[in-house]
Ligand binder design. Structure first.
Ligand SMILES: NC(=O)c1ccc[n+]([C@@H]2O[C@H](COP(=O)([O-])OP(=O)(O)OC[C@H]3O[C@@H](n4cnc5c(N)ncnc54)[C@H](O)[C@@H]3O)[C@@H](O)[C@H]2O)c1
Length: 267
């Protein structure tokens, strides 16, 4: 390992189980010398295995519902206490659509479900940055990353209202990225990751289909959760100081493809 995050402190949201992208980021961050706090929704504490990760990485867990300003404020304050200072990196790795969970078709959304999913998957990123910004919780040249998916730009019918949530999330990264850059020299980016076998990913109808399709379409194949973690570490490191307000595709080339020879063979 390269000590890329030596001396850096952060908060990692969204590690539910060992398949989670955030789980891999936590393991890689530890290997690169970082110290961090793990957080997830209180309900995920009971369902997932975050305690195992906490033991493995020596990181404390502070539960927080990412839609609650109160929880987020408590999380940021306590994290700075535990870590003994301001933060250098924050990962937002959170997504959930009630319409997807309940099998509601996009053309017949339940709008209470839509609002809940929007709050969890998109607005939570704004709320989190609001707390970090106003509490001046980030060190200069810090880095904030959220995870997204290409359905924000192109239609994947079964991705449902998560497509709209991701479009909003990416827009928040640009808008907040401006203020964070100007005021605090902090960068804000989204990583647009390949389909990945995780609890959230596999919950999307027809997931296996578009996982295999993307694999055949991408010249480098789908990016794994561990590869996504590696990329995230590079964005947390000092090697990417002037990258900000970007939506960065991490997808083996998928986003620039029209058709691949491998897919052609199937027709
Ligand atoms: N898996 C994929 O195919 C894929 C592809 C591109 C982007 N992403 C994105 O990656 C991110 C992480 O997802 P994952 O695939 O690792 O799945 P995951 O299910 O392991 O992680 C999703 C996390 O969101 C957390 N969460 C849900 N509601 C919350 C709340 N109210 N407060 C705090 N946390 C809450 C869950 O507890 C869970 O830990 C998500 O933003 C997802 O949309 C996933």
């Amino acid at each position: 390992m390269y000590n890329l995050l030596k001396g850096k402190k952060g908060i990692i949201f969204g590690a539910l189980d060992e398949k989670s992208i955030a789980w891999k980021v936590a393991e890689r961050a530890k290997e690169e010398g970082a110290e961090f706090v793990l957080t997830n929704a209180p309900i995920a504490m009971r369902m997932g295995s975050i305690k195992e990760l906490s033991e493995k990485t020596g990181a404390e867990i502070i539960p927080a519902d990412a839609t609650s300003m109160e929880d987020l404020t408590n999380l940021v304050e306590k994290s700075m206490e535990i870590l003994g200072g301001k933060l250098d990196f924050v990962l937002h790795s959170i997504g959930m659509s009630v319409n997807v969970r309940k099998g509601k078709h996009y053309t017949d959304s339940n709008y209470d479900f839509t609002m809940k999913g929007f709050d969890v998957s998109a607005l939570s990123f704004h709320k989190l940055m609001n707390v970090l910004y106003n509490k001046k919780a980030m060190n200069e040249w810090g880095s904030i990353v959220a995870l997204t998916y290409m359905a924000a730009q192109r239609v994947f019918p079964d991705y449902n209202d998560m497509a709209d949530n991701k479009a909003y999330l990416e827009s928040i990264a640009r808008s907040f990225g401006y203020f964070f850059g100007k005021e605090h020299k902090v960068r804000v980016n989204t990583i647009s990751q390949s389909p990945t076998v995780t609890t959230a990913g596999s919950g999307v109808k027809g997931f296996e289909g578009f996982f295999n399709y993307a694999e055949k379409m991408s010249p480098l194949g789908n990016a794994t959760a561990l590869e996504c973690a590696d990329y995230t570490i590079s964005l947390f490191s000092d090697l990417t100081k002037k990258v900000t307000m970007q939506n960065l595709f991490h997808d083996g080339g998928f986003s620039n493809m029209g058709i691949s020879e491998s897919i052609m063979k199937d027709f």
